[in-house]
Design a protein around this ligand. Structure first.
Ligand code: IVH
Length: 660
């Protein structure tokens, strides 16, 4: 009886959510909903044995994690290239037309949040993950379960992965910032940051309180559901119980039609309840998509058009000089806070002396500021006609604002020549822990500065000795035991980072994120990288003379080599873990399923090896599976593979193929 009533209540509540969020047509009142919800909650409290995995009462959150687990995406989570004008749309269309006759595109509003992957088994949400680097993301299931527009139980009991945008509506954003203001906390710059910060809360109750939303827009393996077009994917998603942008998603057959849809959306943008930052164009026919395929980074069958940057006027209050990790001095414009493209901003780089003199920028000037998407804010122009009297021309400083050393000028830039300038050290430490470098969570700029000044961290190596001061650090004012433990944990896990992160983190001049990846992919190990000569480096695609020279200069400094050796001795990973595509016919374009326990490697490692060779790894055996790799104690997948007559490899065969 009780169980039956619980089942009934769950059914009523799920249906009510579906009607509210998907159909936009509720058939019960809020009061009725609340009553059903309370009844369910009290029954679950009294009879926990009947509490179901898909119960809507989980939406309030409660689970508190100490860290997010990493998850490897079954299908890499890619994004599109960005374009910014009609010419680029025409060029995209032309590229498509070289391969496809009369293409049709879906034109979908580009939701401004963060992409998420939701995994359902038998129709029940079992895992949600962030995109991460596209291959490995973070498990945010507990937080995503609190999002009311995410169905916890689909309308069909199927296994499926769904992708979409996790976002914060404009009204929830305002509400969240109002609350933060009341508590004296820093405000979120924009709804996207707010959404990203909220899904990364370890306490799911906090995530629940942020009122996030989810809009579904993509199926990574639509063929498995008999779907032939992206439009059908969107329809199917809605049928399953997802919110899609069904009123605004359209199809177009020409550049003119695309541009007209963009114009309409640009006009509607201000009145939409959420932020959009452009439109996403996708070739509608999935067979056509297949023909177009991928470049080494992105799909060829889609593109993201971004709305033009918005410009806003403000007043220049101060020019503040900062010292970068190479000693470069940068003047920064500090102005009255303004909202640009959904972000609240207060400063923008003025690059160097010449830039300031060219613009003739002066304190008190009215300036226009622009920010396009993720791009850093810039000063577009000085409104000379609004300049007040008695303003003074810009004057470059002559001494380092941090250490007082006399600046030297090289080309257009000024540098602090002092190798021991604290600002340079602090900047390089901040860079080391940053998201694209070692990604050590919990280190804000302020903490690095404090730890530097207190003598805990002077070099990269010191991060990995910080655990010796655990007790001492826990006593520091402003740091709870928990935050120190999290910090140490995050430092420890950074040891596992793939080589490109370390190469980027070391701060070798001109070795940015992209070049670090190219070098890591090319050399695979730190030792091979360190052994490389100039000629070898310049011969690598995309590595120019300037980069090669800088790498050589870096390696010639014995202090740098000693530092790397110390990091190695501390257990930092010195190899590239990403996928280097090596064409291998045994793997290329084949679909693999793994079952059972492997002895020589983990399943994750095996998947990586398969992907490196151009194969794909999926979760379930279907007619499309090419090979099933069987370890010890295999599950039902093995039986199914045998029944379907699919090629089966044991671990030895697999290793042989790998070594071929
Ligand atoms: S499809 C292979 N559809 O914009 C790419 N993305 O580069 C599959 N986005 O990272 C993504 N709205 O976070 C797709 N209707 C939409 C989207 C959308 C927003 C985001 C997404 C992605 C980026 C596109």
């Amino acid at each position: 009886m009780i169980e039956k009533r619980i089942n009934e209540l769950i059914q009523i509540i799920h249906q009510a959510s579906y009607e509210y969020y998907v159909l936009d047509n509720p058939t019960i009142t809020d009061q009725e909903y609340d009553d059903f919800y309370k009844e369910l909650l009290s029954l679950e409290e009294k009879y926990p044995q009947f509490k179901r995995e898909d119960t809507p009462t989980q939406r309030v959150g409660g689970e508190v994690l100490d860290k997010f687990n990493k998850v490897t995406h079954e299908f890499p989570m890619l994004s599109f290239d960005d374009i910014f004008n009609e010419d680029e749309i025409a060029a995209f269309d032309e590229r498509i037309r070289k391969v496809i006759q009369n293409p049709t595109y879906t034109v979908e509003p580009k939701m401004d949040g963060l992409s998420g992957s939701l995994l359902y088994k038998n129709g029940i949400l079992i895992r949600a993950a962030t995109r991460g680097d596209g291959v490995v993301g973070e498990d945010i299931t507990a937080n995503v379960k609190t999002i009311k527009s995410v169905p916890l139980h689909l309308k069909e009991d199927i296994d499926i992965e769904v992708r979409g945008e996790i976002y914060m509506s404009k009204s929830s954003f305002e509400q969240a910032n109002l609350e933060r203001e009341k508590k004296g906390e820093n405000l979120f710059a924009n709804p996207r940051n707010a959404a990203a910060g909220s899904v990364r809360q370890l306490d799911s109750k906090i995530a629940a309180s942020r009122n996030l939303d989810f809009m579904a827009y993509f199926l990574p393996n639509p063929e498995d559901y008999g779907i032939q077009t992206q439009s059908e994917s969107l329809e199917y998603l809605r049928k399953l119980g997802f919110v899609t942008n069904h009123k605004l998603n359209t199809v177009a057959h020409s550049v003119e039609e695309i541009v007209s849809v963009i114009d309409t959306l640009a006009n509607k943008r201000k009145n939409l309840p959420y932020e959009i930052d452009g439109v996403v164009l996708k070739v509608n026919n999935l067979e056509d998509e297949k023909k177009l395929g991928f470049t080494s980074r992105v799909p060829r069958w889609g593109i993201a058009y971004k709305f033009p940057a918005e410009e806003v006027l403000t007043t220049l209050k101060e020019i503040k000089f900062t010292v970068g990790r190479t000693g470069k001095i940068t003047p920064n414009a500090i102005f009255s806070p303004v909202h640009v493209a959904g972000s609240l901003i207060t400063k923008a780089t003025l690059h160097n002396e010449d830039y300031c003199l060219d613009k003739d920028i002066r304190l008190g000037d009215v300036i226009s500021i622009r920010k396009a998407g993720d791009v850093i804010p810039e000063v577009v122009e000085v409104k000379l006609e609004r300049r007040k009297e008695d303003t003074l021309p810009f004057k470059m400083i002559t001494a380092c604002p941090m250490c007082g050393a006399e600046l030297i000028k090289k080309d257009a830039n000024h540098y602090c020549p002092n190798d021991h300038c604290p600002a340079r050290h602090i900047e390089s430490l901040i860079h080391f822990v940053s998201r694209n470098a070692m990604d050590i969570e919990g280190f804000g700029e302020r903490i690095i500065e404090d730890f530097y000044n207190m003598g805990y961290i002077k070099t990269f190596v010191d991060f990995y000795h910080l655990d010796k001061y655990k007790e001492e650090l826990m006593e520091l004012e402003g740091f709870g035991a928990k935050s120190i433990l999290n910090l140490l944990d995050s430092i420890e896990s950074s040891k596992q980072n793939s080589l490109e992160r370390l190469l980027f983190a070391l701060g070798i001049r001109y070795v940015g994120k992209k070049n670090a990846k190219i070098l890591a992919e090319h050399y695979q190990t730190m030792d091979a990288f360190l052994a490389a000569h100039y000629e070898e480096l310049v011969a690598i695609d995309n590595i120019g003379e300037m980069i090669a020279q800088s790498v050589v200069a870096y390696k010639n400094d014995i202090k740098n080599i000693e530092q790397i050796n110390q990091l190695k001795a501390l257990g930092l990973c010195m190899t590239y873990k990403g996928s280097k595509l090596v064409v291998d016919e045994a793997f290329q374009n084949k679909t693999f399923v793994l079952t059972g326990t492997l002895e020589q490697m983990t399943r994750e490692e095996a998947s990586l090896e398969i992907e490196k060779r151009g194969g794909k790894v999926t979760g379930s055996v279907t007619g499309k599976t090419s090979v099933v790799l069987v370890g010890k104690d295999p599950g039902s997948k093995y039986e199914k593979a045998k029944n379907l007559g699919i090629v089966i490899w044991n671990e030895t065969e697999f290793l042989e193929k790998l070594n071929n």
